[in-house]
Design a protein around this ligand. Structure first.
Ligand SMILES: [Fe+2]
Ligand SMILES: [Fe+2]
Length: 363
């Protein structure tokens, strides 16, 4: 059965921000994460990452953001291409030029080429991939300004964005270098009067207990604790936004900072996230991408086949999907009280009515 098509989650995170003197009144921005842009090639496939559909899903994401008339900017949270193939980087740049508002991107593990393993047949990705600096060069003006792989920007007066480089050579795990941490400290010290959103590809806080275990370590930054301690020292830092995990958008709070991981455009339930930020609160909606019913069916099937999304071995389909939904709601308890209101989906042609829109008010 096709699921979640056209479904919108609406969550309101209220009372999160202790500082109210920021210069801006209202900012609207979208997050597109993990598009894994992959022109169909000898090594692409549709598994939990729907690579052969990645271009049309990214195009749909761009159409959605271009249709939002009061959007201020778009954030792109990494895993931009399959494995930094030159044709995919070229396509990425070409497609980003279609976005009508400014775009800010960060690097990730798929901007770092895999290393050919000694003594075994080299993978196509390791033979054709490129340096992350190629992506930085291609994305000049999309957050990057010069050869540095991390950046900061003030797209709206009083709102600071900091884009981190969490890449680790030869690994799909992540770290932030000491030089970068020193740079970050300087940036945050010099911008205490600006509400700050930090962007990085890898997760810092486990979104569920299970993922504190060592086998999940590559989803989390090696020096997450060190980075979070630095962020917590600076009161203007309110959010850390990341991708990498390919679950739906999930907020977790720790010591006053919200860590939010985002849905991928190529993994069920293929989505982007739309935020409205004021100095007092953050609201977000998760927008499912419109695509063909067979793409939804295949995405659901490939997700269920992938062990990273299963609560335990041999879990049933319903159990796995329910488990993922339950984990998402449980993470909201970190803030204390919340109100949940289930609203029956308005009937839409071809859409499943099995999944209600959920509105959560978070106090
Ligand atoms: Fe990814
Ligand atoms: Fe990733």
């Amino acid at each position: 059965m096709r699921a979640f098509r056209n479904l919108v989650w609406l969550l309101v995170l209220a009372g999160l921000l202790s500082l109210t003197a920021f210069a801006f009144e209202r900012v609207k921005f979208a997050v597109i994460s993990d598009p894994h842009l992959s022109l169909p090639a000898v090594n692409t496939e549709n598994r939990v990452k729907m690579e052969d559909y990645s271009v049309e899903l990214f195009r749909e994401a761009i159409e959605v953001v271009n249709s939002i008339h009061d959007l201020d900017f778009v954030l792109l949270l990494g895993d931009l291409t399959k494995d930094a193939e030159p044709w995919n980087i070229d396509l990425l740049r070409e497609m980003l030029e279609e976005v009508k508002v400014p775009v800010f991107a960060v690097l990730s593990n798929h901007e770092v080429s895999p290393i050919p393993v000694k003594g075994s047949e080299p993978s196509v990705a390791s033979l054709v991939g490129s340096s992350k600096y190629t992506t930085v060069f291609a994305l000049q003006g999309y957050g990057f300004n010069g050869p540095r792989t991390y950046w900061y920007a003030e797209p709206i007066s009083g709102l600071l964005l900091v884009g981190l480089d969490t890449t680790k050579i030869g690994s799909w795990g992540g770290k932030v270098s000491q030089a970068q941490l020193q740079w970050l400290e300087g940036v945050l010290r010099a911008n205490r009067d600006k509400l700050t959103i930090v962007l990085g590809h890898h997760l810092l806080v486990p979104f569920r207990e299970e993922e504190s275990k060592p086998e999940w370590r590559n989803f989390y930054l090696d020096n997450a604790e060190e980075l979070m301690k630095l962020l917590e020292k600076h009161e203007q830092v309110s959010f850390y936004l990341c991708g990498h995990r390919h679950v739906s958008t999930v907020p977790v709070e720790r010591n006053g900072i919200w860590y939010i991981t985002h849905a991928s455009t190529v993994t069920w339930p293929m989505s982007i996230t739309l935020y409205t930020l004021t100095p007092e609160k953050l609201e977000y909606e998760v927008i499912r991408l419109r695509t063909k019913p067979e793409v939804w069916d295949l995405a659901r099937k490939t997700l269920l086949e992938d062990p990273w999304f299963s609560p335990r071995a041999n879990a049933s389909e319903e159990e796995t999907l329910a488990y993922l939904r339950k984990q998402r709601i449980r993470s909201l308890f970190h803030a204390g009280s919340f109100q949940e209101e289930k609203v029956k989906n308005p009937p839409k042609q071809g859409a499943s009515s099995a999944f209600p829109t959920v509105k959560v008010t978070f106090l």
